[in-house]
Design a binder for this molecule. Structure first.
Ligand code: COA
Ligand code: AMP
Length: 635
């Protein structure tokens, strides 16, 4: 089949408003828009101004009304607890409407923020949809973050209520969430009025009188009293959620998502990008705490009338490297979306793919990878094992959906390993130098997007238009700065190679090395420090911390390194995977005092590098190299 990509891309380019207005026809609106795009609204314009809608209605009620009530909406599959449960659209709607009634009775209303700190259980998805139902703005915080990170988000979002699970279940331990929540509320200046706690049997939470409510009891009460909440119409431009993501400092950025444009864009992607028909089972093996979980575990599959899989487990060890194939077979999954790191983990455990043959994958059509660069080795391995197209696609928390990909529904373009293919309709990509001028084909530069951003992307940062403009719109006037570097080839294929800021990607999780440096610098014995992301076979990158001690500190260095590791785990969380702290005599710097982090990274990764002409003292690189040799980082 020849691809319709170029034809559809041209139709978008010719008339973006017409293009998105047509896509918006797939969504049910209470009130149509006055303008498809209002260039004068918001920081850079807003999509579907004047329109009213409800995201939960479009995810659930609409499908029940259209006769999908008995179809599975959500399948919860949890190898870590040995449980499974399927919710039909009827059942999911009932759960969500009851939970929304609970929130309403707790005093949560339109525009109020609700923080959700939950493990990967069905109730996490219901919590998001219940907020959407009553027009409240949810902010999901990933369970692997520690109390302090949660507190930072509480102080920024100022939630009226928090929804939390008593614990998460990791393969090697049960993680009690509630004590972390209690500690976070203790640390935070803002205090939520109430917390709704979902008690799991593995670890029941102790409750605080007058503040904490038992989730199951509250839902049952609403159900018995017939107090289910109806959908509340909201403006298309009202926020649906705020999702915090790592920025260049320890203070995360509150990425805002609206209701209208978000629905239009996600619904459009389900067929055009992913090639999925309503009624099919779609699985994003991510976590609701990340953007992939928001867009492709919860919202997009439900908007499209699909069955979504919510998986509480890991690609390996729960119980083995065949679990992905088991889930695909058992739930008739047609497409899987995960991070390359998951496939590196499977490949390591089962290099010959022996377990693949144990399962019937005949319904499985496509594997999608994102979250980090797909290394061609892993991609080829997956292609050979699964015998289906493996599609790398590039996006960010900020965009909420694919910037560049190979659109299955529009017809596949030739796959080039190492490239997520081409900009989708909505995205005009350029590779530029620091003066915003295009660099020649094949040369590395900053990858930027011509403004305005399409529907579904962030209109701003939560209550911080200024930081939004500074972070994304100022460096390259007229363009959105993605902070990714890469190049474009002669066919217009884009290659995303590295971040231009201090963000690193650890097992598909986005983390700020600046944030880690802030934590390490708070250690009483540390004078200065640098954290760099170094290559790791499994996780893509891992953070390595270099510490210079204060003069006169005379303690056992190994002890201090251990304390540094513990500190990052306590303050940021286990998700940082910070396990490598090294004491060094000095940090390599330019004469103006800038730490040469890129050079340190290249040294660790064994990449070629030129010693910068501005380096203060080249001997420092030798000292650092010796420490890396001692730790086995370099040979
Ligand atoms: N709650 C509490 N702790 C969590 C957590 C959660 N929700 N998720 C992860 N953690 C902990 C892990 O237990 C681990 O702790 P440890 O240091 O005590 O072992 C730590 O955070 C790091 O977790 P992770 O990065 O997941 O590493 P892992 O070694 O447990 O597993 C992989 C490695 C590759 C199997 C795993 O990272 C994976 O499946 N990645 C998929 C990536 C993904 O879903 N990305 C989302 C974007 S698409
Ligand atoms: P996040 O906001 O957590 O989704 O992380 C976004 C970042 O992950 C991007 O800015 C990229 O650096 C990286 N990323 C995501 N997808 C890809 C991809 N397909 N190829 C290369 N890098 C990617």
């Amino acid at each position: 089949m020849t691809s319709r990509y170029y034809e559809v891309y041209d139709s978008w380019k010719k008339d973006p408003e017409e293009f998105w207005a047509e896509a918006a026809g797939e969504i049910d609106w209470y009130k149509p828009w006055d303008k498809v795009f209002d260039a004068d609204a918001g920081v850079y314009g807003r999509w579907f101004t004047g329109a009213e809608c409800n995201t939960c209605y479009n995810c659930l009620d609409r499908h029940v009304e259209a006769g999908r009530g008995d179809q599975a909406a959500l399948v919860y599959d949890s190898p870590v607890t040995g449980s499974k449960r399927t919710y039909t659209y009827n059942e999911a709607l009932d759960e969500v409407a009851c939970l929304a009634g609970v929130l309403r009775d707790m005093g949560v209303g339109k525009g109020d923020r609700v923080i959700i700190y939950m493990p990967m259980i069905s109730e996490a998805a219901f919590a998001m949809l219940a907020c959407a139902r009553i027009g409240a703005v949810h902010s999901v915080v990933f369970g692997g973050f520690a109390a302090k990170e949660l507190a930072t988000r509480i102080d920024d979002a100022k939630p009226v209520a928090i929804m939390c699970g008593s614990c998460g279940v990791e393969p090697n331990r049960v993680v009690a969430y509630k004590p972390l929540l209690d500690e976070a509320i203790e640390i935070a200046a803002h205090k939520p009025k109430s917390c709704l706690v979902f008690q799991r049997n593995m670890e029941r939470a102790s409750m605080i009188e007058g503040r904490d409510l038992d989730w199951a009891v509250a839902v049952d009460n609403v159900r018995e009293a017939g107090g289910q909440a109806d959908c509340v119409p909201v403006a298309a431009t009202d926020p649906l959620y705020v999702l915090y993501t790592s920025g260049t400092t320890g203070v995360p950025k509150g990425v805002v998502r609206d209701n209208g444009g978000h629905m239009v864009a996600l619904k459009w992607t389900m067929f055009n990008m992913y090639g999925i028909e309503p009624g099919e089972a779609y699985w994003a093996a991510s976590d609701v705490g990340w953007v992939v979980g928001h867009s492709y575990i919860v919202y997009a599959p439900l908007l499209h009338g699909c069955t979504t899989i919510l998986f509480e487990g890991k690609p390996v060890g729960t119980p083995d490297a065949g679990v992905f194939w088991r889930v695909i077979e058992e739930h008739d999954v047609v497409a899987l979306f995960t991070a390359p790191t998951a496939f590196r983990a499977i490949k390591k455990e089962d290099p010959d793919g022996k377990l693949v043959g144990d399962y019937d994958l005949s319904k499985f059509r496509t594997l999608f990878l994102a979250g980090e660069r797909s290394d061609p080795d892993t991609l080829e391995w997956a292609e050979n094992m699964l015998n289906v197209p493996v599609i790398d696609h590039w996006w960010q928390t900020e965009t909420g959906w694919t910037i560049a990909g190979n659109p299955v529904g529009l017809g596949l373009l030739p796959v080039k390993h190492g490239s997520p293919t081409v900009g989708l309709p909505g995205w005009e990509l350029h590779v530029v130098n620091e003066n915003s001028n295009p660099v020649p084909t094949g040369e590395m530069g900053a990858v930027v997007v011509k403004m305005p951003l399409p529907p579904g992307c962030l209109p701003t940062l939560w209550q911080n238009d200024e930081r939004f403009s500074e972070s994304y719109l100022t460096t390259f006037p007229g363009f959105f700065e993605t902070s990714d570097a890469g190049y474009m080839d002669e066919d217009g294929y884009i290659y995303i190679m590295a971040r231009t800021d201090d963000i690193i990607n650890v097992a598909g999780h986005r983390l700020s090395t600046g944030g880690m440096e802030e934590v390490l610098a708070s250690h009483p014995d540390v004078a200065e420090c640098a954290v760099v992301g170094i290559a790791d076979k499994l996780k893509g990158q891992i953070p390595a911390g270099f510490l210079v001690l204060k003069t006169g500190v005379n303690r056992n260095p190994a002890e201090i390194e251990k304390e540094a590791v513990k500190l990052v785990r306590e303050k940021i969380g286990p998700v940082a995977a910070f396990k490598l702290a090294m004491i060094v005599q000095r940090l390599p710097k330019t004469r103006s005092g800038k730490v040469l982090r890129q050079t340190m990274r290249k040294l660790a990764d064994g990449d070629d590098f030129n010693v910068p002409a501005t380096i203060d003292d080249p001997a420092i690189l030798d000292e650092i190299g010796d420490v890396m040799k001692d730790r086995g980082i370099i040979g």
